[in-house]
Ligand binder design. Structure first.
Ligand code: AOF
Ligand code: ZN
Length: 369
């Protein structure tokens, strides 16, 4: 029998819904939502909007107090273990104890080494009843990038590829604007806005004069981005030092990190220098984890996409497939080494598919994940 009642599920579902409101702004912090309940009634709600600003629990307590409720004896439903450390803000576990919260139900533990069970222990030591594991799968999904960075010290990598019906990404002469429809490109804006960094290559930036930023504030009828918009960090791999600083993306706000073999272009944005070596891609990712990047959205050409796929560093493959054929002379979707056996091919699990006008969006994860 489940440890949790139908009411518990409903409150946690609401906490997760609130948490998702932070998805365009909370990074590098996770998305966290909180609901406070007393005598079967929700008395306060909150979520974490931005790093440096109050955590979900604090916002929920303030909401309840502002509505004239007393917190003593209330139950707290929170989508992540309350923190126990002094970071940019003081510990939530301590604030919950001081407010005399009786019960804390959390979806999952916080793997941040500064917390990692410490919040639970602090609450239990003060006599608060603590339960964990309610809607944990949903809570994991909400913070997949943050959790990956905390657990394996790299961002979650999502590779976007726009393809034709015949799986091609550009004409032989390089022309690729635009294969997919404006509606799909609007969806890409939403994905960019939810990502903490966008990675591309100098080749793509030069060929498309790409700005790699978020241009829409109204992403759909119901989604408006919280202002000021958090522009993703733009990470440009420039191994052959082709960027001049005159490209359009340099005139836009945002941080640019170059990854080059030789430290020649250090004056352009923030330069990171990765030495050319066999596992340089993995090194780029650990450098980005050190920069606190949780979710990395990759939009590059077939060569870089192929390298990333062959290195096994793609956590999600996001394909936008347009309703047109480009023919057998057009460019492939990923440049990879020849396979001699079908068994060598990576198989993917389709986790989502959606129609966007006349295009299709597919999201895949590696089969073994
Ligand atoms: C919570 N509730 O709403 C969030 C938590 O630097 P700080 O003070 O903002 O702390 C950030 C860390 O706190 C973050 O890495 C994660 O472990 C936890 N986030 N914890 O109790 C929240 N956002
Ligand atoms: Zn906290």
């Amino acid at each position: 029998m489940s440890d949790f009642s139908a009411q518990d599920y409903a409150y946690m579902a609401r906490a997760l819904q609130l948490a998702a409101k932070g998805r365009f702004s909370s990074a590098p912090n996770p998305n966290v939502g909180c609901v406070l309940v007393k005598a079967g009634q929700i008395i306060g709600e909150g979520y974490h909007l931005r790093a440096g600003e109050p955590h979900a629990e604090i916002n929920a307590m303030q909401d309840a107090l502002a509505k004239g409720h007393s917190l003593s004896g209330a139950s707290c439903y929170v989508s992540l273990e309350p923190c126990c450390h002094y970071g940019r803000t003081p510990p939530c576990a301590k604030a919950l104890i001081e407010a005399e919260i009786a019960t804390v139900v959390m979806a999952m533990r916080d793997p941040n080494p500064q917390v990692a069970g410490g919040g639970m222990t602090m609450l239990q030591a003060a006599g608060v009843s603590v339960k964990s594991g309610l809607l944990a799968v949903q809570a994991e999904r909400l913070n997949a990038g943050f959790l990956m960075r905390m657990r394996v010290n790299r961002p979650r990598v999502r590779l976007k590829i726009a393809v034709s019906l015949d799986g091609r990404t550009a004409l032989a002469n390089g022309q690729s604007q635009w294969i997919t429809s404006p509606l799909s490109r609007q969806d890409v804006q939403k994905e960019r806005a939810q990502s903490h960094a966008i990675l591309s290559t100098a080749e793509t930036v030069i060929a498309d004069d790409a700005s790699l930023n978020v241009r829409l504030t109204q992403l759909s009828a119901s989604i408006k981005l919280p202002e000021p918009i958090r522009q993703p960090v733009r990470v440009i791999i420039d191994r052959r030092q082709q960027l001049t600083g005159q490209e359009r993306l340099f005139s836009l706000p945002g941080l640019i990190i170059h990854v080059v073999d030789k430290p020649a272009l250090r004056t352009l944005g923030q330069s990171l220098v990765i030495p050319a070596c066999e596992n340089w891609l993995a090194q780029v990712l650990s450098v980005l984890a050190a920069e606190q990047i949780n979710d990395l959205w990759v939009e590059a050409g077939a060569t870089f996409s192929g390298a990333l796929l062959e290195a096994g560093l793609v956590d999600e493959l996001v394909i936008y497939q347009a309703s047109l054929s480009l023919g057998c002379h057009a460019r492939e979707m990923a440049v990879t080494h020849e396979l001699s056996e079908l068994s060598q091919a990576t198989r993917w699990r389709l986790i989502e598919q959606r129609r966007i006008g006349d295009d299709l969006k597919y999201i895949y994860q590696p089969k073994e994940a």
